[in-house]
Design a protein around this ligand. Structure first.
Ligand SMILES: Nc1ncnc2c1ncn2[C@@H]1O[C@H](COP(=O)(O)OP(=O)(O)O)[C@@H](O)[C@H]1O
Ligand SMILES: O=C(O)C1=C[C@@H](OP(=O)(O)O)[C@@H](O)[C@H](O)C1
Ligand SMILES: [Mg+2]
Length: 181
């Protein structure tokens, strides 16, 4: 499979709780790729948590850091990259994502909510109605996530391993043809 991808990076996109970080790690193992998480790169480079960046500098500053990270990582190959759920918001980010194969993990709000309801590491969900917030974010972002090369629809719980396998099985059908010299 890794020879089929020929080093092309795999970018996972989708909502908070979709499993990008969890499934991304498994995909990297299967593909013989390195794994990177844009949130992780940001927190390591600024020495603060995502919550702290949002609280101290605001979402716009976080989005700039996110774009900076994406611009840097897309220069490399053989990477599986779990992005933050809002990476799709900036049009400019798509020029980086398009260097690789973009996979959308499409998970319904009910499932997202059961996974992350107790999690306090996602500042956008510090809301009086977190489930409603997830719903409105998904509505707003759906047209953007739909620009992915590959959509993996998960209507019921499946294990991360099963989801990683579904992605791997679907990749050959969406590989971009090589431009001949
Ligand atoms: N397929 C899955 N089945 C059950 N729980 C999952 C699955 N994928 C992820 N999770 C759990 O859901 C939470 C969010 O997963 P995470 O990978 O951080 O999502 P994301 O990076 O898309 O926000 C974590 O607690 C993770 O363990
Ligand atoms: O959806 C979003 O806007 C965000 C998703 C988070 O990452 P995950 O999608 O990995 O939870 C993180 O980047 C930040 O809290 C903002
Ligand atoms: Mg994540």
């Amino acid at each position: 499979m890794s020879s089929l991808l020929q080093g092309v990076n795999l970018y996972l996109i989708g909502m908070m709780g979709a499993g990008k970080t969890t499934v991304g790690k498994l995909l990297a193992q299967h593909l013989g790729y390195r794994f990177l998480d844009t949130d992780d790169v940001i927190t390591k480079s600024v020495g603060r948590s995502i919550n702290q960046v949002f609280a101290q500098e605001g979402e716009a500053a976080f989005r700039q850091l996110e774009s900076d990270v994406l611009a840097q990582v897309c220069a490399y190959t053989h990477l599986t990259i779990a992005t933050g759920g809002g990476i799709v918001l900036r049009q400019k980010n798509w020029s980086y994502l398009r260097h690789g194969l973009v996979v959308w993990l499409d998970v319904p709000v009910e499932l997202l909510y059961t996974r992350i309801a107790e999690d306090t590491t996602r500042p956008l969900l510090e809301d009086a109605d977190p489930k409603g917030k997830l719903r409105s974010l998904l509505e707003e972002r759906k047209p953007l996530y739909s620009q992915a090369d590959l959509k993996i629809t998960l209507r019921a719980e499946a294990t991360p391993e099963e989801i990683a396998n579904r992605v791997i099985e679907a990749i050959p059908g969406v590989l971009k043809p090589k431009v001949s010299p």
